[in-house]
Structure formats: structure tokens, C-alpha cells
Design a protein around this ligand. Structure first.
Ligand SMILES: NC(=O)c1ccc[n+]([C@@H]2O[C@H](COP(=O)([O-])OP(=O)(O)OC[C@H]3O[C@@H](n4cnc5c(N)ncnc54)[C@H](O)[C@@H]3O)[C@@H](O)[C@H]2O)c1
Length: 444
């Protein structure tokens, strides 16, 4: 019986699509969850462990040995990535999210040797503000992505050390550093995804809006450079106040004649990550299963977790809803206060941003099932920018998912109405900032 199953599985593996999908998933999993041993990297998952082994030399060179002819009875889970069961709950992404979903991103058989294939890590990602509290761990997480061929690190502060440090990680991407405005254009040329965590973070007692005066100018000048050098890239804004910096970026791109609303994103993934964590803790759920859509914006009451839309379906008392909603809205402040003047969330933010980058790369690679909550140009409400779940594709936002806003509870409906004036004002503030600058420049 075992022998006949092995024969069937071996036949399956000779199908390039099957093999490539297996290796993609294995590589992704190894990259994020590998256990480095003295003699190489071994996939931890029970289902994968017997099927795919990657030697450290192979991983370094981007080469993966073909599954060996043993233990294939346990291999069946890899045939369809959606059915893979991971034993660890420490996955970078949730069960329905990108790394767990199936995709065969640009992995091509290598003609030279039938026993080896070479993953084509083919996307270039730039991080602007890469020497900072978010930028550094974000650089590390992106360096771990099997889809990235080049990681460009830019900062006005010295970023050479960060790049030298990261470049020693034996993952496929090449790390290049760019310091100061004179090197910004070179940093951006040919880049597929630009992530912007440049700017100042909050200190205790500050709101995100208090950062506006400094960060608005930083985002404006960086997005001008993006417009000039890689207007086709996915642009992902982390710098606060996101509710205003995204409209600022949009106005800059419009002025430059290159605005594509489908490719401009405010990174609100941290709100989802926090909501998932807090809900799982509160309701004693398996963390990896929990998915809470968070809509609106990214500051105070504009952050609206739709707890009634939590998956798996779970009920909350009114007190729980109130408590969880407030905690998710104030989670950033929780970190700011705990850090007592040393900044805001950096590690969880880097984790969240890396998830969003990975999802974007998978969408670019052709994964048809990538969904993330993000703050984008939207017609879901009367506001021109609104965070909601969207479907990501090769060209950016493929569709905005309206279902989450249908059939919400009375509490959520009220909260939605309550957030609109603040979000509207933040959007207008961003737009006005760019227009004022334009007028000032014209009259100078
Ligand atoms: N979207 C979110 O969920 C979220 C969460 C946390 C923090 N943030 C925001 O992210 C931003 C960065 O936070 P941080 O903790 O990394 O701050 P940080 O001060 O540690 O790092 C910011 C980095 O930006 C660099 N920088 C400043 N001006 C620049 C410019 N013109 N060009 C390039 N780089 C420039 C600085 O040199 C520094 O290295 C803040 O605005 C913070 O509020 C957003």
C-alpha cells in the first residue's frame, strides 16, 4: 500500500507545476520557520519533513534538492498547498493569508540539472527610512522573503551598517544601501514595491496627528522621488498620520501625473494583527485561525475592528466588544507609553508591514487569492480614502470587499458614523497641505 502511494506521489512530483508548488511552499516555510542545524536546514512540518530537505549550501545558492525517494506516504498534504497543515502556530501569516495560500511564484526549472531547480526570487523592494526602529527589523523580514531579489535600503541617516549586517544573511536577495537624497533616485529605479516608514514616531502624550508637521514634508518629498523613478511600483505608506500621509502621497502623484489609486496603500496591517491577537487571547481561540477585519483609518476612533465579522464566528458580550474595540484602538498608545519616550511600535509594526509586503509580492507573482485590509482610495463610503479588506492582484487593488460592511452590529454602525468626521478632516488636511505647498512654490 505504502509503495503504491509512493509511486503515485512520485508521478505527481514529476509534474512541474506540482513540484514547483511544493518547493515554493517548502521554501517559504523554511525561510520563515526553519530550524538551522549544523548540517543544514530541515523543514519542521511533519508533513514536509520527510519530503523536502534543503541543504544550507543549496539554500544559500537558491538550490533545492529534489524530494527524496522516502517517506512519501506523508507527502500528500503538499499536493494542494491549501491543505497543508502546519504544526507550528508561529506562522508569519494567518491561516487564510498569503504564505499559507498556494502560489507558484516565478520559480523556474533550471535547465542545467534535472535534479535541481532554482527559485527565481525576482522582486525588488525598497525601504525608505531603513535605518529606523521599524526599518531595521522590516529589512530583516523582507531579507527573509524567497520572492525578493534585491532589497534597497535608504535613509538620511547612515544605513551602510544595516545593509552590511543584513547582507550576511544567506537568503537570495542582494542588499544595497543608499544614503541621503543624492542616492534616492538610484535606490528607487526598477523597484516593484516601495515601503515608507521614514519619519518621526510618537512620544507619550502625542497623537499621530501631532506628527503631521514633520512627517507630511518627509512623505511628500519621498513620494515625489517615487513618482519620478518608479511610478509603477506599489507604494506602501507606514509614516504617521497615515490618515493624512496617504492623501498627501496621492496629491503628489496626481501633480506628477502618475497617480494610480490601485497602487497606493496605507499600511494598516498592524491593526489587524493586534485585533487578531487580542481577540484570540480574549476568546481563547487558536491564534492562527483568527481573522478580524479592521476598517476606517489608522488613528484612535478611526480604527474600527469589525468584531462581528471575526472568523471563526464568535460572539462577544457588549462589554467585551467595548473593551476589545478600545484596546485595539489604543494599542499603539499602549506601546508608546511602555516605551516611555523611546518611540512607538517597531517590532510588531515591522512584522505587520512584512506581512503586507509579502502579500503584495504574492499578488504580483500571480496568487489569485490575496486579501489584506489596507487604507486606500475607496468608494465604499462617502470618504475618498478608507481602510477595508481588498483583493490584491498584479495591478494592485483588484477589488474592494464591501461584504464586511454589510450587516454590521448597531455598535459598529454607530462607530462607523462616528469616525467619519475625524477621518474626513485628516484626509482634507493632507490634501490641503500639498495644495498650499504648490501655491507657495508657484508664488515664490
Ligand atoms: N502605520 C503604522 O501602523 C505605524 C506603526 C508604528 C509607527 N508608525 C510610524 O512609522 C514612522 C517611523 O517610526 P520608527 O519608529 O521607525 O521611527 P524612527 O525614528 O526609529 O525611524 C525613522 C527613520 O526615518 C528616517 N528618516 C527621517 N527622515 C527621512 C527622510 N526624509 N528620508 C529617509 N529617511 C528619513 C530616520 O533617519 C530614521 O532612521 C513614524 O512616523 C511612526 O509614527 C506607523
Amino acid at each position: 500500500m505504502a509503495a503504491s502511494v509512493a509511486v503515485v506521489v512520485l508521478k505527481e512530483l514529476q509534474q512541474p507545476a506540482t513540484l514547483l508548488r511544493c518547493i515554493t511552499v517548502a521554501l517559504a516555510w523554511v525561510t520563515f520557520c526553519s530550524d538551522k542545524r549544523g548540517d543544514g536546514l530541515t523543514v519542521k512540518s511533519v508533513k514536509m519533513a520527510s519530503a523536502v530537505t534543503i541543504s544550507s549550501a543549496g539554500a544559500q545558492a537558491g538550490l533545492i534538492s529534489k524530494p527524496r525517494n522516502h517517506g512519501f506516504t506523508s507527502y500528500s498534504g503538499l499536493k494542494a498547498a491549501s491543505s497543508i497543515s502546519f504544526e507550528s502556530a508561529s506562522s508569519f501569516l494567518g491561516r487564510n493569508a498569503s504564505l499559507r495560500a498556494s502560489v507558484a511564484p516565478r520559480i523556474v526549472p533550471k535547465a542545467k540539472s534535472s535534479s535541481q531547480i532554482s527559485p527565481e526570487a525576482s522582486y525588488k523592494v525598497a525601504v525608505l527610512g531603513a535605518a529606523g526602529g521599524i526599518g531595521q527589523p522590516l529589512g530583516l523580514l523582507i531579507k527573509m522573503s524567497p520572492l525578493v531579489s534585491a532589497l534597497h535600503l535608504y535613509d538620511i541617516a547612515n544605513v551602510k551598517g544595516v545593509a552590511a549586517d543584513l547582507s550576511h544573511c544567506n537568503t537570495p536577495s542582494q542588499v544595497l544601501d543608499f544614503t541621503g537624497p543624492s542616492e534616492l533616485a538610484n535606490c528607487l529605479k526598477g523597484v516593484d514595491v516601495v515601503v515608507i516608514p521614514a519619519g518621526v514616531p510618537r512620544k507619550p502624550g502625542m497623537t499621530r496627528d501631532d506628527l503631521f508637521n514633520i512627517n507630511a514634508s518627509i512623505v511628500k518629498s519621498l513620494v515625489e522621488a517615487v513618482a519620478d523613478n518608479c511610478p509603477e511600483a506599489f507604494i506602501q505608506i507606514i509614516s504617521n498620520p497615515v490618515n493624512s500621509t496617504v492623501p498627501i502621497a496621492a496629491e503628489v502623484l496626481k501633480q506628477k501625473g502618475v497617480y494610480n489609486p490601485k497602487k497606493l496603500f496605507g499600511v494598516t496591517t498592524l491593526d489587524v494583527v493586534r485585533a487578531n491577537t487580542f481577540v484570540a487571547q480574549k476568546k481563547n481561540l487558536n491564534l492562527i485561525d483568527v481573522d478580524v477585519p479592521v476598517v476606517g483609518g489608522h488613528a484612535g476612533i478611526t480604527i474600527l475592528p469589525l468584531l462581528s465579522k471575526t472568523r471563526p464566528s464568535v460572539t462577544f458580550t457588549d462589554e467585551e466588544t467595548e473593551e476589545l474595540t478600545k484596546r485595539i484602538q489604543n494599542a499603539g498608545t499602549e506601546v508608546v507609553e511602555a516605551k516611555a519616550g523611546a518611540g512607538s511600535a517597531t517590532l510588531s509594526m515591522a512584522y505587520a508591514a512584512a506581512r503586507f509586503v509579502e502579500s503584495s509580492l504574492r499578488a504580483l507573482a500571480g496568487d489569485p487569492e490575496v486579501y489584506e485590509c489596507t487604507y486606500v482610495h475607496s468608494e465604499l463610503t462617502e470618504l475618498p480614502f478608507f481602510a477595508s479588506r481588498v483583493k490584491l492582484g498584479k495591478n494592485g487593488v483588484e477589488s474592494i470587499i464591501s461584504a464586511d460592511l454589510e450587516g454590521v452590529t448597531e455598535y459598529e454602525a454607530k462607530a462607523l458614523e462616528a469616525l467619519k468626521p475625524e477621518l474626513k478632516a485628516s484626509i482634507e488636511k493632507g490634501v490641503e497641505f500639498v495644495h498650499k505647498q504648490q501655491t507657495a512654490a508657484a508664488s515664490a
